[in-house]
Ligand binder design. Structure first.
Ligand SMILES: NC(=O)c1ccc[n+]([C@@H]2O[C@H](COP(=O)([O-])OP(=O)(O)OC[C@H]3O[C@@H](n4cnc5c(N)ncnc54)[C@H](OP(=O)(O)O)[C@@H]3O)[C@@H](O)[C@H]2O)c1
Length: 159
């Protein structure tokens, strides 16, 4: 199984509000691009609709219960089918909340950008998980001048 999760979360696991991201940290967006480049990326229909454009160099797999043909992406209505397809091939689950919750049990690695900030009106959250099931490595600790906040990249590798 080679399904990985990648997400940026606030202190209370905040993920987004009004179907958009809460924080846009340019260095973190570069980290996201570097990690996911060349891989298939799996996302929910709402996250797909929130993207400004297709992400270059990555095949988009969109989960929806109302599959229709969409140009330039692969549409899928079953988590099981995806889990089966990526038993040996690496892919990144890129959100949103409902998709993280369903794939968490299958994730081999999770790259979480842990942002030292809160958002009172967040409306979607990363699911709670048991840290003991993972080996935690802090990859780096950074400061964003523009947003004046600290954040770190953390890798959770399933034991
Ligand atoms: N901070 C981050 O790293 C990050 C990353 C990604 C997204 N986000 C944020 O997360 C929010 C969106 O998350 P969300 O939970 O509201 O929506 P979502 O997970 O992106 O999409 C939900 C949709 O996915 C489809 N879906 C879910 N489970 C399915 C299943 N088992 N089978 C088939 N289709 C399935 C359904 O589409 P249909 O309704 O079409 O059936 C459902 O409405 C936004 O605010 C976004 O900005 C944050």
């Amino acid at each position: 199984m080679a399904i990985n999760i990648i997400a940026a979360i606030g202190k209370n696991n905040e993920l987004g509000k009004n179907n958009d991201l809460i924080w846009r940290i340019s260095e973190d967006l570069k980290f996201f691009a570097k990690k996911t480049m060349g891989h298939d990326i799996i996302m929910g229909r709402k996250t797909f609709e929130s993207l400004p454009n297709l992400l270059k160099g990555r095949r988009h797999i969109i989960l929806t219960r109302n599959p229709t043909i969409m140009p330039e992406v692969i549409v899928c209505d079953s988590i099981e089918e995806i889990v089966d397809r990526y038993k040996r091939k690496e892919a990144y689950v890129i959100g949103g909340a409902s998709i993280y919750a369903q794939f968490l049990e299958y994730a081999k690695k999770m790259y979480l950008t842990e942002i030292d900030a809160e958002c009172k009106d967040a409306d979607v959250f990363f699911p709670q998980f048991n840290e003991e099931e993972f080996i935690k490595t802090i990859l780096d600790e950074k400061y964003d001048n523009k947003l004046d906040l600290n954040y770190k990249h953390v890798l959770y590798k399933r034991r």
